[in-house]
Design a protein. Structure first.
Length: 175
């Protein structure tokens, strides 16, 4: 099995719906790709957005196993910090509402800041710092998060079990 096939098999495991939260700031052509391939998707930002904001906004995309968009995402995006993957029994609208809750965080002085949790480098650093309540909030309807590791040969799977983070590492080069 190729690395892309292994990643796909993990993303589509367990019979759940599979999603990607993609970072428009990391994928300059994301809006065009979404238009061309037409996967079910939602911008995580609300309302009418200026063109430049639309280009860099995060998008939630429902993935299908054999869709050309999924193949393109895994072949071209792996290792480039394009986003993270999530598995859930919920539909795209419910997940959009859930993921929107984490877009803004506040520093100790109360200043609002964007939280780019959908960058795999951020997610894999942030999750191990969460306590049980924070894990419960972040996971919510999400069964598992998947993301690229520091090494391109690593696929990380994060789950919350009994208030504790469980991290599994899959070696993509191991046959």
């Amino acid at each position: 099995m190729s690395a892309v096939e292994v990643i796909a098999s993990e993303i589509f495991a367990d019979g759940l719906r599979s999603y990607a939260v993609l970072d428009g700031a990391s994928i300059p052509e994301l809006r065009q790709l979404l238009y061309d391939h037409r996967p079910e998707h939602e911008c995580l930002y609300l309302g009418e957005l200026a063109q430049d904001i639309q280009q860099v906004a995060p998008y939630l995309v429902e993935l299908e196993p054999d869709a050309p968009f999924t193949s393109l995402l895994l072949e071209r995006g792996w290792g480039k910090h394009w986003g993270i993957f999530a598995q859930s029994a919920e539909g795209i609208r419910a997940l959009r509402q859930h993921f929107r809750r984490f877009l803004t965080v506040y520093d100790p002085q109360g200043k609002a800041m964007l939280f780019r949790y959908y960058d795999p480098r951020v997610l894999r650093t942030y999750l191990p710092t969460c306590n049980a309540d924070e894990l419960g909030q972040l996971f919510g309807p999400v069964t598992g998060f998947l993301a690229e590791g520091e090494s391109l040969r690593e696929l990380l799977r994060f789950e919350s079990q009994a208030g504790k983070l469980v991290k599994r590492v899959k070696d993509l080069e191991k046959k």
